[in-house]
Design a protein around this ligand. Structure first.
Ligand SMILES: [Zn+2]
Length: 174
């Protein structure tokens, strides 16, 4: 059964049979906070709406990529889009990451995977103690010659945004 869907909150889909055998609870790995989706063990946010010390950005659209963060991790294309949009000083520091390159962040493994949405767009996989959560950002599965195609990523929890034009949403079982 799908969780209740509200207009402005991400949707959390859990495979309960898998999660029940794990020690890490999803909400301890990623949790919604006023500034955005926060990872307590890694001490970073994904697509924060307020300036934060460490941000991981899924793609360059302005409702996901904002200026004023301390350190920004994103694909090179997204970093370039942010610079074009906000200027070279959009963050105190920046770090490019390629698709599929695992990165350790305080015991949390992070990797970016193509989202098929716009140039440089990525789903962000966050993993610790055998639990993997994928935060999709915006994504699409239709072919688009301007960006890498959407890549399905095996995970325990998939966080997606509700399509804004739909009153009700449903997602097929994998
Ligand atoms: Zn977008």
């Amino acid at each position: 059964m799908l969780p209740e869907i509200s207009p402005d909150k991400p949707v959390f889909l859990c495979r309960k049979n898998i999660l029940s055998s794990q020690t890490m609870k999803p909400q301890n790995l990623l949790q919604p906070r006023p500034a955005g989706l926060y990872c307590p063990p890694g001490d970073f946010y994904i697509d924060p709406v307020r300036p934060v010390e460490r941000a991981m950005i899924t793609h360059g659209h302005a409702d996901h990529a904002r200026a004023g963060h301390g350190h920004v991790l994103a694909t090179r294309e997204t970093l370039d889009i942010m610079e074009l949009r906000y200027g070279a000083g959009f963050a105190a520091s920046r770090q490019p990451i390629g698709y599929g390159e695992p990165l350790q962040q305080d015991g949390v493994t992070v990797s970016f995977h193509p989202a098929g949405h716009v140039l440089g767009s990525a789903q962000i996989a966050v993993e610790k103690n055998g639990l993997r959560i994928v935060a999709s950002g915006d994504y699409k599965r239709h072919p688009d010659a301007t960006c890498a195609p959407f890549e399905p990523v095996r995970c325990d929890v998939f966080i997606t945004e509700r399509p804004s034009a739909c009153r009700f949403s449903s997602i097929p079982t994998p």
